[in-house]
Design a protein around this ligand. Structure first.
Ligand code: NAP
Length: 274
């Protein structure tokens, strides 16, 4: 990965941090985003020390704010002249309905609209840098169909349902983007990292969060497929797929619904103001 520039969202903990570490170990220039400046700096120092790679940078980005995402992308484009790998890693599970800085249900905003906006803002740079790759973190808990009549779960909110819905949106975005990027030299895939002992369940209460960490695998194991998708020559021409444990997996029919994907894309454009 020497000479490659990688941008990873939400790399201050869990799978994102381990993905950053793995790619830095492979020699990439790794730019991480953090919603807390201090945590971002600490993570950068930790990664530099553990990988002996000085080419690690940090950008501030609160993914629950479209303004912050736009500022972050602007800053990235100011600092760098290429982007070879974009990893939309950051994600949340929230058990109570909250709203983003833009007044949108927060899980939908952070898990789906944020990567949608960030990817679109960085697409020209990815095209110029091709061959390039986009990797979106989804989950095995993706479920159902897109709730076009209530995308923000104003009615019948449930943390896991809303999480699964946001991750289905990520898969549909991945498949349609892959179709639209054919011939550009950019591939886009998504991956379920598997149950990993991270801070993802921080909102679930002390007992559930502890239990989750006990039964899950280490975050470094969850990072293996994102690292593979970012770096392996085996996947350089594969696009629009869902990966688990480094292998393409055929999943439920709803995730191949291109009409829903197109409809969602149009609604998303309106949400993010593109
Ligand atoms: N862990 C699992 O079992 C599992 C399973 C399937 C899929 N996934 C997916 O894997 C990805 C990584 O999750 P993880 O398990 O590593 O969770 P994690 O340890 O909670 O890490 C999430 C990262 O996202 C950042 N983040 C959260 N909200 C943000 C916001 N508003 N703005 C900017 N950054 C924000 C966090 O920052 P802070 O450090 O500031 O909190 C952190 O760096 C997620 O997309 C998740 O859905 C995880």
């Amino acid at each position: 990965m020497k000479g490659k520039i990688v941008l990873i969202t939400g790399a201050t903990s869990g799978i994102g941090k381990e993905t950053a570490r793995g790619l830095a170990q492979l020699g990439a220039t790794v730019v991480i985003t953090a919603r807390d400046v201090q945590r971002g700096e600490q993570t950068k120092q930790e990664l530099v020390q553990s990988t002996k790679n000085n080419n690690i940078d940090v950008l501030f980005c609160d993914l629950s704010s479209f303004t912050s995402i736009r500022d972050c992308c602007r800053e990235f484009l100011k600092r760098y002249t290429a982007l070879h790998v974009l990893i939309n890693n950051a994600g949340i599970v929230e058990y109570h309905r909250r709203e983003s800085k833009d007044g949108i249900e927060n899980t939908f905003a952070v898990n789906y609209l944020a990567p949608f906006l960030m990817t679109n803002l960085l697409l020209d740079m990815l095209k110029k840098s091709a061959p390039a790759r986009i990797i979106n973190l989804t989950s095995g808990l993706h479920s159902g169909t897109i709730h076009f009549d209530d995308l923000e779960f104003n009615h019948s909110f449930s943390g896991m349902k809303v999480y699964g819905h946001s991750k289905l949106a990520v898969i549909l975005f991945t498949r349609l983007l892959a179709e639209r990027l054919k011939g550009t030299g950019i591939t886009v895939n998504c991956t379920n990292p598997g149950m990993s002992a991270t801070n993802l369940s921080r909102d679930a209460g002390w007992f559930s969060a502890k239990f989750f960490k006990l039964i899950a695998k280490e975050a470094s194991i969850g990072a293996q497929t994102p690292i593979y998708l970012a770096s392996s020559s085996e996947v350089e021409t594969i696009s629009g797929e869902y990966f688990e444990k480094k292998v393409v997996k055929k999943i439920n029919q709803e995730t191949y619904d291109m009409d829903a994907a197109k409809k969602l894309w149009d609604v998303s454009n309106k949400y993010v103001g593109l």
